[in-house]
Every structure is written in structure tokens, then in C-alpha cells.
Design a protein around this ligand. Structure first.
Ligand code: PGA
Length: 237
């Protein structure tokens, strides 16, 4: 299976024009490379006319677990499917921290997305405090146990190990420690693609693939700079 490189644009950029410029540059730079590339923009940019067809697939940063109805502000799996969205990031630490997403809510979202045939990038990872208290494995185990409760078909599941302390801080996780965590996640879940995320840049990305054994990368800040992101994609070939 190809390595998976995911651009998580978070709440950026602020205009369709900029989104299209970054996206077009990423698509052209990714053409012909033996890597699966996904761009997850804000939901308002998730339509094919901005993205064009092929090379790079679209992913959403969030979804709601109900089918439809009176849930102001939310987006359903069917809406995403109708837009030809292929992937959904679920359980990102920013959603856990700022929007109160619990492991139980994340479990419902993952179930709904997988049942609909969408591919999931399920984020897990410990905070600085948990890390310093030596609770990393305990945290990962809990997030995974509840997050995947009742889910048996893992064919469309990808997991991203994102230590919260490494996200957007420039303090990326060391290769050895990353390898340990990725291996630990595989012992809990089995053979799914396991990605690393947290301050990935082109000068550290290759190590995660080649030395830590990651099956891909979840890239935040660096995914908004097309040239830098393409270097990251190339390092995963
Ligand atoms: P970062 O974000 O690459 O800016 O650290 C990663 C993420 O939050 O997925």
C-alpha cells in the first residue's frame, strides 16, 4: 500500500482564491509520484470545481454522526460523499480540546464514516502532561479502545499518532520514540496504516517514513506552503 500524506489546512486560508492556488500547486507537484496525497481544507472549499479531478483526493476535517436533521452547523457523511470526499480526519486533538469531543463522540463519528464507506484518519496522542507523567501508552490505549469500540472492519481505517505537544510547536517527536508509539498502536489494532503528525517539515519528514516506519504523515502548518509540502510528499516515495 502507498504511503499516505495528508494536508490538514485547519482554518486556513481565508479565501477561495488562495485555496485554489495552494491546491493547484500541490496537485501539479504531486503528479506522477508514487504516494497517496490528500488535502483536507475547511469544509467550505470541499467542492470539485476548486479541486479538479484526480491526483490529489479531498478529505474533510470533521463530520457529524447523525444522518440529517436539526443539528445547526453540522455536516453529514452523505453530504461529504455527494461532494466526492474520500477521507475524514476524526478525533484531532484540536477538536478534542476546543470542541469538547470525547472518545465516545469520536467513536460514533468513526462508525458513521466507515459505515458510509468513507476512509478515516483517526487521530490519537498524549498531551505534554500525560507524556511527562509516563502515561503515553495508557492514553493511547484508552483513546483506541473507546474510539474503535464495536468496529470490526478496519479496511478503511488509518490512524495518525499525533503527540499533542508536537503539534504546531516545532518540537517534533524523536524518531525512536515515534517508532515505539507506532509499533505500540499496531500491537493494539493490527495492520492498519499508521501515520505520524506533529511539526512535520521537509527536513524531518523522510526520517519518519524510513526510520520510524510510519506509513504516512499528517501535516498541518507546512501543508499550506505548496513547495514545502511537495518536498514532504517526495520524501515519502
Ligand atoms: P502541524 O500540525 O504540522 O502544524 O504541527 C499537525 C496537525 O495538527 O495535524
Amino acid at each position: 500500500m502507498k504511503n499516505l500524506i495528508v494536508a490538514n489546512w485547519k482554518m486556513n486560508p481565508n479565501s477561495q482564491k488562495e485555496a485554489k492556488e495552494i491546491f493547484d500547486a500541490i496537485r501539479e507537484g504531486s503528479r506522477g509520484l508514487d504516494v497517496e496525497v490528500i488535502v483536507c481544507p475547511p469544509a467550505v472549499y470541499l467542492y470539485a470545481s476548486i479541486f479538479g479531478e484526480g491526483v490529489v483526493s479531498m478529505g474533510a476535517q470533521n463530520v457529524y454522526f447523525e444522518d440529517k436533521g436539526a443539528f445547526t452547523g453540522e455536516i453529514s457523511v452523505e453530504m461529504l460523499k455527494d461532494l466526492k470526499v474520500e477521507y475524514i480526519i476524526i478525533g484531532h486533538s484540536e477538536r478534542r480540546k476546543y470542541f469538547g469531543e470525547t472518545d465516545e463522540i469520536i467513536n460514533k463519528k468513526i462508525k458513521k464514516a466507515l459505515e458510509a464507506g468513507l476512509k478515516v484518519i483517526f487521530c490519537v496522542g498524549e498531551t505534554q502532561e500525560e507524556h511527562d507523567a509516563g502515561k503515553k501508552n495508557e492514553v493511547l490505549e484508552k483513546q483506541i479502545k473507546i474510539g474503535l469500540d464495536g468496529i470490526t472492519d478496519l479496511a478503511n481505517l488509518n490512524v495518525a499518532y499525533e503527540p499533542v505537544w508536537a503539534i504546531g510547536t516545532g518540537n517534533n517527536c524523536g524518531v525512536e520514540e515515534t517508532k515505539e508509539s507506532l509499533d505500540f498502536i499496531r500491537t493494539l489494532i493490527g495492520q492498519v496504516r499508521v501515520l505520524y503528525g506533529g511539526s512535520v517539515k521537509s527536513d524531518n519528514s523522510g526520517e519518519y517514513i524510513k526510520e520510524a516506519g510510519a506509513n504516512g504523515l499528517l501535516v498541518g502548518g507546512a501543508s499550506l506552503i505548496a513547495e514545502e509540502f511537495i518536498k514532504i510528499v517526495k520524501s515519502a516515495e
